[in-house]
Each structure stands twice: as structure tokens, then as C-alpha cells.
Design a protein around this ligand. Structure first.
Ligand code: 4AD
Ligand code: MG
Length: 461
């Protein structure tokens, strides 16, 4: 079977030739002696128009086919210079590969994203989700390409872990204990020494701590995989299972970290603009009207940089408009992030040097004794897309901080070791992959950029 993509890419070679294609019927209509099928095979964003005539034996049967039917069409590809599509197939035959019931949920009318979420197994057959998931695939590839071209080693960090990287206690526990009959210690706690791993374990919230170990061997590494957070926040930007890309560089500081993040984002923007032009035009026309202009501006200008302290000064003047009022020491909420990036700077910004109390234990402490070398990258439409930092590379300072925040030291011996055996200054960040896809496509709900979303109260399909 010829792919529809091939017909579009090599149309000169196929014009006036016989071709056979397979695909699913997007729409079908007929008059007395002929009919039209809009056929999509998933290999190309644009569909193929099929014209069929009553000289076909099964004309009457074909006229009655339902949307969603899988068919094999053989016919001649002819140019249609006056029509919307550049060419169509004049069919000699239309064979049914698999019929579709009349109750097929994806009829020609536009369906709301909310409705399509309830049929996440069928939504990849729609225009919007064809575009989203092709861009998602290309973006994953572009990220690998970016880091591989720069010599970064891809490390597969584990998903089951005994540590809590972000220290936020938002972990999904992994256990084989029988919950009806759970073993207890003498003090009455759950006895995890009886569990599969002989201790309490969870799904990872971040691969960073393991990636750091490899950065201290390979210098530049990245990990890219699923991460899990039991955050009880039902927002359009939080998922319980999401993908994160995390580079880590030895002999690098916060400036290097920001340079890498900016180059990476610009690279993936350029990559999808170049490799998914049909999809990107579709988003620009039907999902987010200013998308292409905005992305073109991003690649041709520099990201802005401010410190947390400067950000708070800007935000405090506008406290009236915010639901959550800010002052030095408060964490930034989405409304603050979006105000800064959408209204003050109107482009992506890096906010650096946050108070240590609102950031993770591993961040390098600044000389002021109050802040750490953290950086968040905020983008219009979303807010935080990247969170990163220079890491604390001094053994004693790290240990002291771990004790201050009450961590179980014995679980982090490996992490302290890295500061004992040839410690280097090092830095890295985490890119929320779904947030990156939202940014690239203009889609406004994280549930619509991950194939089978897992969010509070939803683990369907
Ligand atoms: O800022 P976060 O929590 O940083 C870390 O996990 C670091 N260990 C990363 C590192 O330095 N290696 O998360 C990084 C990014 C956020 O900026 C956000 O884009 C995304 O991950 N993210 C989520 N995306 C979807 N759903 C959630 N619940 C998310 N939580 C974080
Ligand atoms: Mg963060």
C-alpha cells in the first residue's frame, strides 16, 4: 500500500499513475452516480479525496459505508488544480477492510476536547489529535537529537526509587504488601522491611539524583522518561504521570544551565516548524491564532532574565490584581508567572535565585545565606515550563541542609558520596515535556497533549 504521505511528497511521480492506498473514512457523501470519500491513513496530516462512480460493482454498498470504516482504494491519481486539495484518486475499486458501526462516535461535526477526552482511544483519529501527537513524537526526537549532537549521554534512570528528589512528599507508593493485612512494627507503623524491596519505595518524581551520578562520570548527560507526582492539584497544567527531560552537566554553573535551556527550546521550536508545517499551520488557524508569530519571535530574540527578588518587586506593585498576594518568600503561582512573562516581558523569561525555603534541598546556596542558585523558565500561556538549578557541590553544606529539612540521611549516602569523590560544580534542569508540547501547539490543557492522561480521579483507558 502506498502511504498518503508518499503521494504528497512525491506527487509528480504518482500523477496519472495507478495507486493503492489503505485508510479510514473521515467523511463520505454521494449523489446518484458518484460519491466522495475523505480518506486519512495517519501518515500525513492532509487527507486524500477519493471519487468513486457507479461503474464500480459495489457502488451501492460503498455509498452506505459508515464513517470510520477501514478501506483499501485502488485508482488513478489525478491533479485537481482548481480544488482545495492538489489531487484526488479516481477509484476503480473500494474494498472494505473493516466496517465501522453507525454509532461511531467521531462524526463529521466538531467535537469538544472535553468530549474527546472521554474517548481517548479514538481521539487520535481526529485532525487536532493527529497534529498534537505527531508534534509530540517529533519533539521527543528533536530533544534527543539536540542532546546527542552535543555529545550528551542518555541515561535511563530508574522509575522505582527509595528517595524523594523534590522533597515534596508527593510520591506514589510502590508496594506488594497486602493492605488488608499489613505487617506492623512494634511501634505500630507499617513494616516496610517485609515489603518487596525491604524498604519503603515509590515511583520517581524526577530522575535528577541518579542523573547527577552519571554527570560526575560522563560530564554531560540527560535522562528522559515518565515521572509521577501525587499532587492533588486539578489544573490544566498538572498530570499525575508526565514526561520530563533532565540534562545534567558537570563543570557547569547556573549561567551554563540557562544557555543550554534557551538553546534547547529554540532548537525544538525550529525543528517542529520545519518538520510539521501542516500541523503547525493547523494549530495557528484553529487552536491559537497568534502561535506562529509568537514562536518565530521566540527563536529570534533573547530570553529575559530577572532574579526572584526583582520579580517580587514587580509583582508587589500589582498585588491588587492577584488572587494570591505576594511578598518576599512566597512561592510564585501561575497567575504571577503568567503576568511576568505575558504582560511585563512578553517573551520567555528566566527567574533566578529563589529563597531556599521554597526550593529543593539540593540547590546550591548563594552567599547571601537566603537564596539558592535556582532557575525557572516561564513562558507565555503556561508559566513554568522548566525548573533547574546549580547543585550544592559542597559535602558539608549539603549534609547540613539535608539535616535542616529533616531528610533520612541513610537513604542519600550515594548522593553525598558524589560530593566526597571528586565533586565538581554542576547544574541541570527539568523540562516538563507536556508543558513543552502545550507551548509548541497552543493546546491549553495538559490532558490533550498526552495520549492517555492520568490526573486526579482519572486513570481511564
Ligand atoms: O520544577 P520541577 O519540580 O524540577 C525537578 O523535578 C528537578 N528535579 C528538575 C531538574 O533540575 N533536573 O519539575 C520540572 C518541570 C516543571 O518545570 C514542569 O514543567 C514539569 O516538570 N512538571 C509537571 N508537568 C506536568 N505535571 C506535573 N504535575 C508537573 N510537575 C512538574
Ligand atoms: Mg518547579
Amino acid at each position: 500500500l502506498t502511504e498518503i504521505r508518499d503521494l504528497y511528497e512525491n506527487r509528480e511521480a504518482y500523477l496519472d499513475q495507478k495507486v493503492t492506498v489503505g485508510g479510514w473514512i473521515r467523511s463520505i457523501r454521494d449523489s446518484k452516480t458518484f460519491g466522495f470519500i475523505v480518506l486519512n491513513d495517519g501518515t500525513f496530516f492532509e487527507p486524500l479525496q477519493v471519487v468513486y462512480h457507479d461503474k464500480m460493482d459495489n457502488f451501492a454498498q460503498v455509498c452506505k459505508l459508515n464513517v470510520g470504516t477501514a478501506v483499501i482504494v485502488t485508482g488513478t491519481l489525478v491533479a485537481t488544480p482548481q480544488a482545495k486539495q492538489p489531487f484526488e484518486i479516481q477509484a476503480d475499486s473500494v474494498e472494505v477492510e473493516g466496517a465501522s458501526s453507525p454509532d461511531y462516535p467521531l462524526q463529521k461535526k466538531r467535537h469538544s476536547f472535553e468530549y474527546l477526552r472521554t474517548i481517548s482511544h479514538l481521539r487520535p483519529r481526529t485532525n487536532t489529535f493527529q497534529a498534537v501527537f505527531r508534534v509530540r513524537s517529533l519533539t521527543a526526537y528533536a530533544l534527543h537529537k539536540f542532546f546527542q549532537e552535543r555529545g550528551f549521554v542518555y541515561v535511563h534512570t530508574p522509575l522505582i526509587t527509595g528517595s524523594d528528589c523534590e522533597g515534596a512528599g508527593e510520591m506514589f507508593r510502590v508496594t506488594t504488601l497486602d493492605m488488608e493485612n499489613v505487617p506492623k512494627t512494634e511501634e505500630g507503623h507499617v513494616d516496610y522491611s517485609k515489603d518487596f524491596f525491604g524498604k519503603e519505595t515509590s515511583l520517581t518524581v524526577s530522575g535528577q539524583l541518579n542523573a547527577e551520578a552519571y554527570a560526575q562520570a560522563f560530564r554531560n548527560v540527560y535522562t528522559f522518561g515518565p515521572t509521577f507526582r501525587a499532587e492533588n492539584s486539578n489544573t490544566t497544567r498538572h498530570a499525575a504521570e508526565f514526561w520530563m527531560l533532565e540534562p545534567e552537566m558537570a563543570f557547569a554553573d547556573l549561567e551554563d544551565d540557562m544557555m543550554l535551556a534557551e538553546a534547547m527550546l529554540k532548537y525544538v521550536i525550529n525543528y517542529v516548524l520545519e518538520h510539521a508545517p501542516e500541523e503547525m499551520n493547523f494549530f495557528n488557524s484553529f487552536v491559537d491564532k497568534g502561535l506562529l508569530d509568537r514562536l518565530h519571535n521566540v527563536v529570534s530574540s533573547e530570553f529575559a532574565k530577572i532574579t526572584y527578588t526583582e520579580a517580587i518587586e514587580l509583582l508587589e506593585k500589582e498585588n491588587d490584581r492577584f488572587e494570591y498576594k505576594v511578598s518576599w518568600g512566597t512561592d510564585l503561582q501561575t497567575e504571577h508567572e503568567r503576568y511576568l512573562t505575558e504582560e511585563v516581558f512578553k517573551r520567555p523569561i528566566f527567574v533566578t535565585d529563589y529563597p531556599k525555603e521554597i526550593k529543593a534541598f539540593y540547590m546550591k546556596q548563594n552567599d547571601d545565606g537566603k537564596t539558592v542558585a535556582a532557575v525557572d523558565c516561564l513562558v507565555p500561556g503556561i508559566g513554568e515550563i522548566i525548573g533547574g538549578s546549580q547543585r550544592e557541590d559542597d559535602h558539608d553544606k549539603l549534609l547540613a541542609r539535608m539535616r535542616e529539612v529533616g531528610m533520612k540521611e541513610e537513604e542519600y549516602g550515594f548522593y553525598l558520596d558524589l560530593r566526597k569523590y571528586g565533586s565538581t560544580r554542576h547544574a541541570g534542569f527539568g523540562l516538563g515535556f507536556e508543558r513543552c508540547i502545550m507551548y509548541l501547539t497552543g493546546m491549553s490543557n495538559i490532558r490533550d497533549v498526552i495520549p492517555f492522561p492520568r490526573t486526579v480521579n482519572n486513570c481511564d483507558l
